[in-house]
Design a protein around this ligand. Structure first.
Ligand code: HEC
Length: 351
């Protein structure tokens, strides 16, 4: 028969797993210890908070005036000599272009900043001798020394906020905006908002011939034939929406679509059929890569797979092996097949 207990509690019965309560006198002891411990924690938290705010006050009253009078001219919000700021805590601690942390909280003797201000014969002397800012007095050096030894407290109020250099819209997660307009017209919501911001209105819709020309140039980079224009105009007369859909699909399916849009990527990787510069020698093996990019676009290859081409990244400009498998397994044209041997040994340098 199925024995639930032995399955659920393979190491013993459930009762044995629950600890029996301790005897009464032990309970009293435990309770007292808990109370004492809680009191100690809260007392030390209070002491710590007091000490912390005293340290911050010391910074505001003694340290900040020195920085303001003798350092901010060159390490403040406006000027940052050596990329160093003394009004932003993270930079003040981490250091500037020299790449060494000049303040080591709790340890003034390891803090180079202190030797810069105290020692006239240090590698760096701050403020620099040739500047018209006066050197620190012994008392001021003492203030900085005490402040660093006490942990270099820095209140938020004295910490300038600087823009995060990586705070880019392109690194933020995508958000689905709450839109009133559903479907394809949703994009108009954003366009209209920007137009309104600049006190502009939509242009009138383009006539079919203009629209077709725009689509051709945009999607395949070539003008439409006169016949294609006539066809589109005629189709638009019976059903403008359907004619538009059909033309867009037709152009997206065209091999010229990849040719047109590959240009942008090929520019990024400095693609060229010749080396350029004075001798301008040909790069005979470059074109398979060009064809690869075009084909990737035409086949809607996801970007995650796109860089799999071995000669791809400029970080790995030389491809030794393995071969550009995509070219070998799915050659698009006969010359690729014929050139397999050479492709395997290709050396691609586009930069
Ligand atoms: C008149 C301009 C000027 C003033 C005032 C000045 N500095 Fe400098 N500071 C410089 C220059 C220039 C450098 C870069 C020197 C070099 O690399 O040779 C520098 C570098 C530094 C560095 C190294 C930064 C790094 O790259 O890691 C620290 C630390 C520093 N200064 C602290 C101070 C302190 C503290 C004060 C005020 C007591 C001060 N400086 C006042 C001009 C100034």
């Amino acid at each position: 028969m199925y024995n639930e207990q032995s399955v659920k509690y393979p190491l013993g019965s459930p009762q044995a797993a629950i600890a029996s309560p301790p005897p009464k006198d032990q309970q009293v002891f435990i309770n007292r210890t808990c109370i004492l411990l809680a009191a100690w924690i809260s007392l030390s938290a209070t002491l710590f908070a007091d000490q912390h705010s005293a340290d911050e006050q010391y910074f505001n009253e003694n340290v900040l005036p020195i920085f303001t009078a003798k350092c901010f001219d060159c390490h403040g919000a406006k000027v940052q000599k050596s990329g160093y700021r003394l009004d932003v805590r993270e930079i003040a601690l981490a250091g500037g272009d020299l790449g060494e942390p000049p303040i080591v909280p709790g340890n003034s003797s390891s803090s180079s900043l202190l030797s810069y201000v105290a020692d006239n014969s240090a590698d760096l002397v701050m403020p620099p001798k040739e500047s018209n800012v006066t050197r620190l007095t012994t008392a001021e050096v003492g203030v900085l020394q005490k402040w660093i030894d006490d942990g270099a407290a820095w209140p938020d109020s004295a910490n300038e906020k600087i823009d995060d250099p990586l705070d880019w819209w392109s690194l933020k997660p995508l958000q689905k905006p709450d839109l009133q307009l559903p479907g394809a017209a949703a994009i108009d919501h954003f366009v209209n908002a920007k137009l309104a911001e600049h006190k502009l209105i939509m242009s009138p819709p383009a006539d079919p011939r203009t629209l077709a020309r725009r689509l051709y140039f945009d999607l395949i980079g070539l003008p439409p034939t006169p016949e294609a224009l006539d066809d589109f105009e005629q189709a638009s007369r019976s059903d403008a929406e359907a004619a538009l859909d059909q033309l867009v699909e037709h152009l997206l399916a065209s091999p010229h679509y990849g040719e047109r849009w590959a240009r942008h990527w090929l520019d990024v990787v400095h693609y060229g059929d010749t080396h350029g510069y004075d001798k301008d020698k040909p790069r005979p093996n470059a074109w398979p890569y060009r064809d690869y990019v075009i084909r990737a676009l035409n086949e809607d290859k996801p970007y995650s797979q796109f860089p799999s081409y071995p000669g791809h990244a400029r970080a790995r400009p030389v491809c030794e092996a393995p071969p550009p498998y995509d070219l070998l397994t799915k050659p698009r044209t006969m010359p690729c097949v014929l050139l397999q041997e050479r492709v395997v040994k290709c050396r691609l340098r586009f930069s």
